[in-house]
Design a protein around this ligand. Structure first.
Ligand code: ZN
Length: 1157
C-alpha cells in the first residue's frame, strides 16, 4: 500500500548532501523487486545511522520541510524482513525523535508511523526467542510517540486505541511479565504500558491480562534503587485503578492496606524528601481506589484517616511537600463518612397552607414523600452509572481535549424565538387593569387644576368610568399618599418600644441589657445606662438611637416600626432586627476584594477532619434550634447566643462544635426542602478579641464568590450606637468547599451521592457586650421598602406625578406595591395632556428572588433618582411613564427565603403560565403588561433587577433571535433574520456611564431553561424588544473604576440611578415613531451605537449566559473528581471553558467612559 501512494520525491539538485543521496538510494531499493539486495539496504541504513548519530545537521536535513526522508525510512521499515535493517531504522528513528521537539514526532505520526511500529511489535512477538534489542527499541520509540501527561499536539492521541486494535497490549504485558528482573528492558515496556493504560478501555483490558498483579509485584517499600522504574509502575497502577472494575479487584485483594503501608514506609524513610514524587504517586493510587465506595470503606477500615492525617501534619511545615498534603486532604475529604444534617427533616421549619396544590408541583411532591425519607444518607458514588468500563466506547475516547462546548440549553426552535404577539386573554378580562393606568384615562378638570387645595389622595377607584382628578404640576404636592392597603395586622401592637425582652434573665451583656426590639404590647420602656452589669430590679438601659436622619433621608426608625406592624410573616415575628431599625449608612471607605492567604482552605479542612480523629474534642452542643424551640439552651456564659426570629432572618440551628466554633444550618425556603444561600442572624454573648469560626454547613451551590474575595456583612449594635450604623464587610479565612454532609437526592434534583457545601468564615469581635448581625448581603426587608416608599411619596413635588397602587395581595396577605412615576402635564391644555399620555412606558421590577437583596438597593437608587429634583430626573419623567413593581416577592423577602415564594416555587419560572392564586404578583404583573400591549402601550423597555452570586460586575441579559441562532450554528440562511439591534443600545450606554457595568458580561441569548422567566416571556409574548434582566454582583467588580473592590449599597444605588440616566440617553436614540409601534422596522437612529464589529464577536461560545466566570480554583482542590453539578437543575448552565472574552469593541468605550465620568 505504501507503493501505491505518491512516490516520495527526493531532492535531486546538485550538491545534495550525502544523507540525501543515501536516502535516494534507499528509495530506489524500495521500488525495486521484492528480493532486492538485503545487504545493500542494510549497508545504506547503517551508513545513514552513522551519519545522523554524528551530525545533528543531517538530522535536520532529513526532517526539513518538503523532505520525504521520513516516508523513505518508514517504507523501508515496513518492507524489510531483515533484523539488522530493522534495528538500524529503529535506531535512526530513535535519533530523529529524541530531539527536535514535537514537530518530528508529528511528522512521524502523520505518516502512519505508530501503526507500523505496533504491527512490527506484534509480528516480531511471534518469532521465538524474542530479540531483546528489538523489543527495547520498539518500546522506546512507542514511548516517544505516545501521549504524555502534558498532552502536546504532536503526540499520537489515538495511540491507546491503535495499540488495542493492533493487539499490542498483551505483547507489552508479556514483556513486562518476563523481564521483571531485566530493568533495561522493563523500563521502556513499563513506560509504554503506562501510556496504554491512560485509555480507560485499555485499562480494563490490561487489568484482565494481569497488569495489576504485575504492578503490585514491582512496587514495594522504600528503596533508593530503581526509583524511576518504581515511579512508572506506580503511575501505571494509578492509571489502571481509574477503572472501577480494576479498583474493585484491588480492594478485594486487600491492596488498600498495602498501599497505605508502602506510603507510611516512604514517609518514614524519605527523610530528606528526595522522593516526594514517588510518595505522590502512591497517594495517586490510593486516591483512585477511593473513587469507589468499597475503596472508601477499605480506607477507613485500614485506619487511612489517621495515617494520612498524621503524615500530612508532619509534612505541613515543609512547603515543598504541599502536593502530598493537598492530595491527602482530598482523599480524606472523599472518605470522610457522610452524615446527615442534624435536623429532624430537611423540609422548612415553617409550612404555609396553600389555597390549592398543583398536582405534580414541588409542594405536591414534598407532601407525597413518606416521612423520614427525605434525608437518607446516600453513600453511593456520585458518578455511578457513568462507568466507562465497557468495550462499547467510541473511538473518540482518547480525545480528552475535545470537550464539547456547545450548550444544549440554547433555544433552537425558531418558532419559539419569534415573538408570539398573540392576545393571551380577552380584552374584557384585562380591562380591570385600567385602574393601574389612570394617567391614560383621567380627565384634568380645569377648576381642580387651578385650585391646589383640592388635591385628593389617589386610590384605586372601582368606578372607572367617572372622571377622576389627578393633580398637575401646578398643584401643591400631595401630602397624604395612601400607604399600601393592608388587612388587619397580625398582631395587636398598641405600643412598640425598645426594651428588654421580659422573659430574659438579667445578664451582664449588652445582648440582654439592650434587650431586643420586641413588638409587644406589654413591654415597658427602659432607662439608665447601657454598659455595665445591671441589678435585677434595675436592668434598664437607654438605647441611643443613632441619629441617621441627616444621612438617611429615607430612613425613620419610628416609621419603620409602623411599617413592621403591617407586615405579615408566616412565623408571626414579633422582633425587629436592630440594623433594620437603626438604618445603614453606606461606608465612605471602599472595601477591597479580600485576598485569601495560601493554605487557608486546607487548614479549615484539616480542622474538619480532626472532628473524626479526635471526637472527644467536639462539644456538639445545640445552642439555637427552631425545630425544637423548647429545647433548653445552655446558659453557661461560654456559648454565643443566636437569634434570627425577625423579618428576613433564616437561621435554623446553631451547634457549638468547639469552644469558638459553630456549625450553622439555614432554613429551607418555606414549603420547600432546599434553596439555602441567603442568611441573616444575630449573635450575642461574644468575647472580644477571640477568633470565632462559623460554618454554614448546608450550602448548595458548587462554588461561590466567597472563594473569590467576597466577605460576609456584619452590623455591630455597639458601633451603631457609637456613631457608625452600618453594615461592614467582615470575616477572614473565608472558604467555600464541599463538606461531608450528605444531600438527599430528593433535595438534589434526583441526583444521588451529592453533598452540601460549607461556607466558613472567622470573625474577631471588637466590642464587649455587643450584639452583632451577620448577613449574606446588605439586608433589605419588605418593611424597609414600605418605609422608603412612604418617604419617597413625601418627596413628591408638584412637578412629579407619583401614584402608588396595590397590584395585588400576596399569598401571605401582604400588599404588592405598584408605582407610577412620570411628570405632571405642564397644563391641562390638550397639547400638554396629549404629550403626557403619549409618553412611552418603561416597566421595571425587582426582587423576585428574595436572597438577591442587592436588586432592592439598585431599585432604591432608581426610585430616588426618579423622585429627585434634578433637571435630568425631570426630563426623564417628561420622557416616560414608569411602571414599577419594586418587590415582586414580598412574602419570600419577609420570611427569609432565598429563592421562592410561599408556593415553594421560583416565581421567575412562572411567567409563561402564572397561576392567579399561587403566583398573584406574577399573574397580575403579566396581565398589566398584556393590558398595556392591548391598549397600544407596549413598554419601550422592560427590566427585571436581579443579583448574581457567582459573577462580578453588573451586566444584562437580553433577548436576540440572531445571537441565539448564531450560538447554535444552525444554518441561518433559511430563516428570515431581520432583527433590529436596538436591544444593544441600553447596555452599551450603561457600559459607558455606569462604572460597575460590564458590557462583556452581557448576553442576548435565549436559553430553554429561561423560557418562563420575565425577560423571555415579556420579550416573546408582550413583544418588548428591550426586555432585560439586570444582574448585579453580590461580590464586587473586576473592571472599571471599582476594580478590585467589593460592592456596597452606595455603588448599587448609583447603578440604579445610572440606569435611569441610560434611559434618558436611550430616548435620544429611539425613533419617536417607534414609540407607538412595537413592530418597529421604521427609521432607526441608533446606528451610531450599533458597531457591527461587535456582532461577530458574539458567536464566541463563551459569551452567552455563564454561571461562573472565575478561573480554576486557586488552591488545588480537585472538585472535578467528586463533583458533578453541571446537571443540577438549580444551577445555570455551565461550560467547560467559561472565561468570558472581552468584547473588543468595548475597549474604546472604557476609555470613553473615563472621559465621561
Ligand atoms: Zn435572580
Amino acid at each position: 500500500m505504501w507503493q501505491e501512494m505518491n512516490k516520495p520525491k527526493m531532492a535531486t539538485e546538485k550538491g545534495a548532501s550525502r544523507v540525501l543521496m543515501l536516502l535516494g538510494q534507499l528509495e530506489r531499493l524500495n521500488e525495486g523487486p521484492k528480493a532486492s539486495d538485503t545487504d545493500a539496504t542494510r549497508q545504506i541504513t547503517g551508513r545513514i545511522l552513522h551519519i545522523i548519530q554524528t551530525q545533528e545537521k543531517t538530522r535536520k536535513e532529513m526532517m526539513s520541510k518538503g523532505s520525504s526522508g521520513m516516508d523513505v525510512i518508514l517504507s523501508t521499515l515496513e518492507n524489510t524482513r531483515d533484523l539488522q535493517t530493522t534495528l538500524n531504522i529503529l535506531s535512526i528513528l530513535n535519533e530523529l525523535l529524541t530531539v527536535g521537539g514535537g514537530r518530528r514526532t508529528g511528522v512521524f505520526v502523520s505518516k502512519g508511523g505508530t501503526a507500523i511500529l505496533l504491527q512490527l511489535l506484534v509480528s516480531s512477538s511471534k518469532d521465538l526467542p524474542l530479540n531483546e534489542e528489538l523489543m527495547l527499541h520498539i518500546h522506546s520509540l512507542l514511548f516517544k510517540v505516545g501521549p504524555k501527561d502534558d498532552i502536546t499536539s504532536s503526540s499520537d492521541r489515538k495511540f491507546g486505541v491503535k495499540a488495542r486494535l493492533n493487539g499490542a497490549l498483551n505483547v507489552t504485558v508479556n514483556q513486562v511479565k518476563h523481564n521483571l528482573q531485566n530493568h533495561k528492558l522493563l523500563l521502556p515496556c513499563l513506560q509504554v504500558l503506562r501510556v496504554y493504560s491512560g485509555n480507560l478501555v485499555n485499562a480494563v483490558s490490561l487489568g484482565k491480562s494481569g497488569a495489576l498483579e504485575l504492578m503490585f509485584e514491582i512496587i514495594g517499600p522504600f528503596s533508593k534503587k530503581s526509583t524511576t522504574l518504581l515511579k512508572v509502575a506506580l503511575d501505571t497502577l494509578a492509571a489502571l485503578l481509574k477503572s472501577k472494575m480494576n479498583a474493585r479487584w484491588a480492594v478485594d485483594r486487600g491492596y488498600m492496606p498495602t498501599l497505605l503501608a508502602i506510603y507510611q514506609d516512604w514517609h518514614r524513610n524519605d527523610t530528606r524528601h528526595r522522593h516526594m514524587i514517588i510518595r505522590k504517586s502512591i497517594l495517586g493510587c490510593i486516591k483512585n481506589l477511593t473513587n469507589i465506595k468499597l475503596g472508601r470503606k477499605a480506607f477507613i477500615d485500614a485506619n487511612g484517616m489517621r495515617i494520612l492525617y498524621n503524615t500530612s501534619t508532619e509534612c505541613l511545615p515543609v512547603r515543598t511537600l504541599d502536593p502530598l498534603v493537598n492530595t491527602s486532604s482530598l482523599i480524606m475529604r472523599k472518605c470522610f463518612p457522610k452524615n446527615r444534617l442534624p435536623l429532624p427533616t430537611i423540609k422548612s421549619v415553617y409550612q404555609y397552607p396553600l389555597p390549592h396544590i398543583l398536582a405534580g408541583g414541588p409542594v405536591a411532591q414534598l407532601h407525597s414523600l413518606p416521612p423520614g425519607v427525605d434525608d437518607v444518607v446516600d453513600e453511593s458514588d456520585e458518578n455511578e452509572g457513568t462507568e466507562v468500563d465497557t468495550e462499547n466506547d467510541t473511538e473518540n475516547e482518547d480525545d480528552e481535549t475535545g470537550h464539547k462546548t456547545q450548550n444544549d440549553d440554547i433555544e433552537t426552535d425558531i418558532n419559539k424565538l419569534r415573538p408570539r404577539q398573540m392576545q393571551a386573554r380577552p380584552f374584557d378580562e384585562l380591562r380591570v387593569y385600567e385602574r393601574f393606568c389612570l394617567e391614560f384615562t383621567q380627565y384634568f378638570k380645569v377648576n381642580d387644576f387651578q385650585s391646589p387645595g383640592s388635591v385628593t389622595p389617589l386610590s384605586v377607584d372601582p368606578n372607572l368610568h367617572n372622571p377622576l382628578i389627578i393633580p398637575t404640576k401646578q398643584n401643591r404636592r400631595p401630602k397624604n399618599i395612601q400607604p399600601p392597603r393592608s388587612n388587619d395586622p397580625p398582631l395587636d401592637l398598641d405600643s412598640i418600644s425598645i426594651s428588654k425582652a421580659l422573659e430574659g434573665k438579667p445578664d451582664p451583656d449588652l445582648a440582654c441589657s439592650l434587650g431586643r426590639l420586641v413588638l409587644d404590647g406589654e413591654i415597658s420602656v427602659n432607662g439608665e445606662s447601657v454598659n455595665g452589669p445591671q441589678e435585677e430590679s434595675g436592668d434598664q438601659a437607654v438605647i441611643e438611637v443613632p441619629d441617621t436622619a441627616a444621612l438617611l433621608p429615607l430612613h425613620d426608625p419610628d416609621l419603620y416600626l409602623e411599617m413592621v406592624k403591617g407586615t405579615r410573616s408566616v412565623p408571626a415575628y414579633t422582633e425587629v432586627a436592630y440594623p433594620d431599625y437603626f438604618g445603614h449608612v453606606a461606608l465612605n471607605l471602599r472595601e477591597p476584594i479580600l485576598e485569601r492567604a495560601y493554605g487557608v482552605q486546607r487548614t479549615k479542612i484539616f480542622q474538619d477532619i480532626e472532628r473524626l480523629i479526635h471526637p472527644s474534642d467536639i462539644l456538639d452542643r445545640v445552642v439555637y434550634d427552631l425545630d425544637n424551640q423548647s429545647c433548653p439552651i445552655p446558659d453557661n456564659g461560654e456559648s454565643l447566643k443566636f437569634n434570627s426570629k425577625f423579618e428576613s432572618g433564616n437561621l435554623r440551628k446553631a451547634i457549638q462544635i468547639r469552644k469558638f466554633e459553630y456549625d450553622l444550618i439555614l432554613n429551607s425556603d418555606i414549603n420547600s426542602n432546599h434553596y439555602h444561600q441567603w442568611f441573616y442572624f444575630e449573635v450575642g454573648n461574644m468575647r472580644p478579641g477571640v477568633r470565632y469560626r462559623f460554618n454554614i454547613i448546608n450550602c448548595e451551590k458548587s462554588n461561590s464568590q466567597f472563594n473569590y474575595g467576597m466577605q460576609v456583612l456584619m452590623y455591630s449594635v455597639q458601633e451603631a450606637i457609637n456613631g457608625s450604623p452600618q453594615w461592614v464587610r467582615t470575616g477572614s479565612d473565608i472558604c467555600y468547599y464541599k463538606n461531608h454532609f450528605s444531600r438527599s437526592s430528593i433535595a438534589a434534583g434526583g441526583q444521588k451521592g451529592k453533598s452540601y457545601f460549607s461556607m466558613t468564615f472567622t470573625v474577631t469581635f471588637q466590642q464587649k457586650d455587643d450584639v452583632c448581625y451577620f448577613a449574606y448581603h446588605y439586608p433589605y426587608t419588605y418593611s424597609m421598602l414600605k418605609m422608603h416608599l412612604q418617604k419617597l411619596s413625601g418627596m413628591c413635588t408638584n412637578e412629579i406625578y407619583y401614584r402608588q397602587d396595590e397590584l395585588c395581595e400576596t399569598l401571605g396577605g401582604n400588599s404588592c406595591p405598584l408605582l407610577t412615576i412620570t411628570a405632571m402635564p405642564e397644563s391641562s391644555s390638550n397639547e400638554h395632556i396629549s404629550q403626557f399620555r403619549s409618553r412611552p412606558v418603561v416597566f421595571l421590577s425587582s426582587r423576585v428572588h428574595p436572597g438577591e437583596t442587592n436588586s432592592s438597593w439598585v431599585m432604591k437608587g432608581s426610585l430616588e433618582f426618579l423622585m429627585s429634583c434634578s433637571p435630568q430626573a425631570q426630563s426623564l419623567r417628561e420622557s416616560y411613564i414608569f411602571k414599577i413593581i419594586p418587590m415582586l416577592n414580598p412574602d419570600g423577602v419577609i420570611n427569609g427565603n432565598h429563592r421562592c415564594s410561599l408556593s415553594g416555587e421560583d416565581l421567575n419560572r412562572q411567567w409563561q403560565n402564572p397561576n392567579a392564586e399561587l403566583h398573584p404578583t406574577i399573574y397580575h404583573a403579566k396581565s398589566l403588561l398584556q393590558y398595556l400591549r392591548a391598549t397600544g402601550r407596549t413598554p419601550l423597555v422592560f427590566c427585571d433587577y436581579h443579583g448574581h452570586s457567582r459573577k462580578k460586575n453588573v451586566f444584562m441579559y437580553g433577548c436576540s433571535v440572531k445571537e441565539t441562532v448564531w450560538q447554535t450554528n444552525v444554518n441561518t440562511s433559511n430563516c428570515d433574520l431581520h432583527e433590529d439591534l436596538g436591544y444593544r443600545t441600553l447596555p452599551k450606554l450603561l457600559s459607558q456611564m455606569a462604572p460597575a457595568f460590564s458590557l462583556s458580561s452581557c448576553s442576548f441569548v435565549v436559553e430553554r431553561s429561561k423560557e418562563a422567566t420575565a425577560r423571555v416571556v415579556v420579550w416573546r409574548e408582550i413583544g418588548v424588544q428591550r426586555s432585560y434582566t439586570m444582574e448585579s454582583t453580590l461580590c464586587g467588580c473586576d473592571q472599571g473604576k471599582y476594580k478590585g473592590l467589593q460592592i456596597g449599597t452606595r455603588e448599587l444605588e448609583e447603578m440604579g440611578a445610572q440606569f435611569c440616566v441610560g434611559l434618558l440617553r436611550l430616548r435620544r436614540f429611539t425613533n419617536p415613531l417607534e414609540l407607538h409601534n412595537h413592530n418597529s422596522h421604521l427609521l432607526d437612529m441608533e446606528n451610531d451605537l450599533k458597531d457591527p464589529r461587535s456582532i461577530p464577536n458574539i458567536t464566541s461560545p463563551t459569551t452567552y449566559v455563564l454561571e461562573e466566570d472565575e478561573p480554576a480554583f486557586l488552591e488545588e482542590v480537585d472538585y472535578s473528581a467528586e463533583s458533578n453539578d453541571e446537571n443540577d437543575p438549580d444551577f445555570e448552565p455551565d461550560l467547560q471553558d467559561n472565561r468570558v472574552l472581552p468584547d473588543p469593541s468595548s475597549d474604546s468605550e472604557i476609555s470613553r467612559q473615563d472621559s465621561l465620568t
